[in-house]
Design a protein around this ligand. Sequence first.
Ligand SMILES: [Cu+2]
Length: 169
Amino acid sequence: MACRQMLAVLAVAMVAMATLLAMARATEYVVGDDMGWGLQVNCTDWARGKVFRVGDSLVFRYNPGNHHVLRVRGPDFQACNKVSEKEPLASGDDAVPLSSPGKRWYVCGKAAHCESGQKLVITVLPSLQAPTASPTPPAPVPGSSGKITVPGYQSLMVLVVAVLTTFMT
Ligand SMILES: [Cu+2]
């Protein structure tokens, strides 16, 4: 019995761990990949097919003397108006956390770089939450059937523990 109880605790711990792992799965997108942020990359093509979510981040890499990064509004993006209420990012290795869903527009404000296509628009989707709606499943009472119902992939973890239980009793 004591052994079963311990395993039940272990099962709950593993489910909690799996949930945390799922939530920590953030992606860091280096704009332009190896080519970086510059005139040599068509960022529209680069962004195509990528899914950006809240919690992910963009990294702009470039020679800081040649470029910078300006976050602008949609109409200013279209027109290459290099106006922004924020100072441009200019370190050459700028990480930008995507903290809210919606569209984001970036341009390079140097010379005619934006007009030459050094601009990036992305749409940030809400984060992929693990099924957090489920409160921590109650630990099964020893002697009961010991069934734990949790949604989706988490049940796999429970299955593993269940198999362990079978072998250890
Ligand atoms: Cu530039």
